[in-house]
Design a protein around this ligand. Structure first.
Ligand code: CA
Length: 221
């Protein structure tokens, strides 16, 4: 069953939501501040995170920003107060997947969770294994043969994008847009440099990334 992290400092609300979601069959953990939320997300693979905007140590947006800057794509629902209309826009800009305005019924949150978890790119078990390579998309970590590989943010994005399309050819242009964004001024061969680095980091035990001339790259199964 999908494991959910509730980031909420209102103890009563957290308890109520947690009970409702557990009754719905989810495994639920609660973090009461931003630092512990980030730590827990680094330790556990979560299928989805609900993130309160008003946290004691930092705003939910800061948590989201740090999460996304690690290259983490775990789906996030922001929980905002009624008068934080502008904040919803900020949240979506920063890469939140949905938002709910307080107060809301636990059933409404459960419905949003179900909708997000049904999305084709969301896997309730976020760990993908290809041969000796294990990629945890929720914690943004990868290992080959049990040995963690050190990846910089863009290397991680590149690996993750290839891994979710294992066996399929991905064009250079598409990868480049995903790794560098459309707006960045990027040299045309920059992606080749990153592919070479990634191959080196995966090593001989990792799955090969094949070059398909004129077409793009494919991570072999
Ligand atoms: Ca709060």
């Amino acid at each position: 069953m999908a494991r959910i992290l509730l980031v909420e400092d209102d103890v009563a609300l957290a308890r109520g939501l947690s009970a409702a979601l557990k009754a719905g069959g989810y495994t639920v953990d609660v973090a009461a501040d931003g630092e512990s939320a980030l730590q827990m997300m680094a330790d556990e693979p979560y299928a989805l995170v609900t993130l309160d905007v008003g946290l004691p140590d930092m705003s939910g947006f800061d948590v989201l920003k740090r999460l996304r800057s690690r290259g983490c794509r775990v789906p996030v629902i922001m929980l905002t107060a009624r008068d934080q209309l502008l904040d919803r826009v900020t949240g979506l800009d920063l890469g939140a997947d949905d938002y709910l305005v307080k107060p809301f019924e636990p059933e409404e949150l459960a419905a949003r969770l179900r909708a997000l978890l049904r999305r084709p790119n969301v896997d309730p078990s976020p760990v993908i294994t290809i041969g000796k390579l294990e990629v945890d998309r929720s914690r943004c970590v990868a290992s080959v043969d049990g040995e963690p590989i050190e990846l910089r943010r863009r290397e991680w994005v590149l690996l993750e994008r290839l891994v979710v399309r294992v066996g399929k050819v991905v064009s250079k242009e598409r990868l480049s847009a995903e790794v560098f964004g459309y707006d960045d001024m990027v040299a045309p061969n920059a992606i080749e440099v990153y592919i070479a680095r990634l191959r080196r980091k995966l090593g001989p035990d990792g799955p090969p990334i094949r070059t398909m001339r004129g077409l793009g790259y494919v991570m072999a199964e």
